[in-house]
Each structure stands twice: as C-alpha cells, then as structure tokens.
Design a protein around this ligand. Structure first.
Ligand SMILES: CC(C)c1onc(-c2c(Cl)cccc2Cl)c1COc1ccc2cc(-c3cccc(C(=O)O)c3)sc2c1
Length: 232
C-alpha cells in the first residue's frame, strides 16, 4: 500500500522522535527569555545563548539519525555546518508555534525584533515563522523535517552526496506517508512542507547578512557559533 507505514519505518520514526524530544533547550536557558532585561545588548546575549544551546542540541540530535555516524567524517561536519541555520530556524519556528508556553512567544519575538537585526530581515523571518505555525505540524513531522533538512545532499563541501541521498530518501518517504495519515483532508500537505524547505534556503542568505551586520557593530558570538558559522 502506497501510504502504509511499515514496521521498520515505524521503528525508524521512533528513533528520530525520541532523539528530537530528548535533546531540547534546557528549561533554565528558555526561562531566561522571561527574566533578563530588554536592551539590544541583553537581547543579543540571550539569543546568542539560545543559538549556542540550540547548536549543541542539533549536534546531539543529528548523531541519533540512523546512518549519520557511518558517513565520511568531513561530510558529517559539512552537513552540520550547512544545515545549522536552517535547523535553528525550524526549531525556533516550532518553539513559536507549539512548544513555548503562551506569553513566551511574544517575549521571544520582542527580543528577536530588538537584537540589532535590521528591519529588512524581520519580514522574511517572521513570515517563515507564521507559515510554519499555519501548518500545525505534528511532532513526528517536525522531527522528520528537521532530520531531512540536515540530510540535504547538496550542501557545500559534501563529497559523497549519494551516501546522503540514500539516508534522506527513506525519511522523505516516511514523511510523505505521515502527511497523508495526519492530514487526510489535505493531499497537498506534503508538498507544502517541502515548500518550507525551499523557503528555509532563502533564509540562509538573509542570515549571512545578519551576521555581517552584527559583526560590523562589534557584536560577539560564542566559539561554537564562530566555528559552525565560519565567522571570525
Ligand atoms: C547568535 C544569535 C543572536 C542568533 O543568530 N542568529 C539567530 C537566529 C535567529 Cl535570530 C532566528 C533563526 C535562526 C537563527 Cl540561527 C540567533 C538566535 O537564534 C535563536 C533564536 C531563538 C531561538 C528559540 C529557540 C527555542 C525556544 C524554545 C524551545 C527550543 C527547543 O529546541 O526546545 C528552542 S532556539 C533559538 C535560536
């Protein structure tokens, strides 16, 4: 059956979902969103802490994606560096639409809007957050979409793209079946999810500009972010 999820696909899905739920931003870091001051510097520091913690979460989640650790080591790094911003956009978008307790969402939006990011990037960023929120993804879809984003074969410097494709394709097949299962009234839902992945790629470009303008204003990042984003 085209939409029947097989036993091994269900097992695979449970591994991804468990990893996705196990690795989260520590509550004390997320809680800080409510406590600290609202100056641009304070907001930037908080968001830097969130992004740094998020990258650590991303690395742990990625290591749990079946097959990732058997890839060429340099390709593992290339996939993480190539997907870090997109995965963080997905994760923070999901935090906006589902995870955050109500009230945190406005605080997070306020801090992002007042953290030295220029106006021109706010529109595409918050349009993306809105478009993710409107999808009402279930947890399995969120976890799988993040894993699929990480396992994108055509990232810069990936040598064995076929090996990455072989890991991404089975996840796309499970996602297609999950969409049919969880959104029976919307035959186009899977296509809409894939459309978000295309939108994510454009956000990479805006993010690179955000980094440049932060650096021009002498904002500092953590060593982990400098390494994964190739800055400084
Ligand atoms: C250095 C810093 C200023 C920065 O540079 N670019 C970006 C960025 C920005 Cl603005 C937007 C998208 C992507 C990136 Cl990369 C950032 C800040 O990134 C953030 C901002 C907010 C959140 C919320 C998270 C959140 C909440 C609850 C729960 C969870 C969870 O995973 O459980 C996550 S993560 C996270 C990471």
């Amino acid at each position: 059956e085209k939409f029947e999820i097989t036993k091994e696909q269900q097992d695979f899905m449970n591994v991804i979902l468990d990893a996705y739920n196990r690795h989260q931003i520590p509550p004390d870091v997320a809680k800080k969103l409510l406590q600290e001051q609202y100056s641009a510097e304070e907001n930037f520091l908080l968001l830097t802490e969130m992004a740094t913690s998020q990258v650590q979460v991303l690395v742990e989640f990625t290591k749990n994606i079946p097959g990732f650790l058997s890839l060429d080591h340099e390709d593992q790094i290339a996939l993480l560096k190539g997907s870090a911003v997109e995965a963080t956009f997905l994760r923070s978008a999901q935090a906006f639409s589902t995870k955050m307790p109500s009230g945190h969402t406005e605080v997070l939006e306020e801090r992002i809007r007042k953290s030295g990011i220029s106006e021109e990037f706010m529109t595409p960023m918050f349009n993306f957050y809105k478009s993710i929120g409107e999808l009402h993804m279930v947890q399995e879809e969120q976890a799988l979409l993040t894993a699929i984003t990480i396992m994108t074969p055509d990232r810069p410097y990936v040598k064995d793209q076929q090996a990455v494709e072989r890991l991404q394709e089975p996840m796309l097949d499970i996602l297609r079946k999950l969409c049919a299962l969880h959104h029976p009234g919307e035959p186009q839902y899977f296509a809409r999810l894939l459309g978000r992945l295309t939108e994510l790629r454009t956000l990479n470009h805006y993010h690179a500009e955000m980094l440049t303008s932060w650096r021009m204003n002498d904002y500092k990042f953590t060593p982990l972010l400098c390494e994964i984003w190739d800055v400084q």
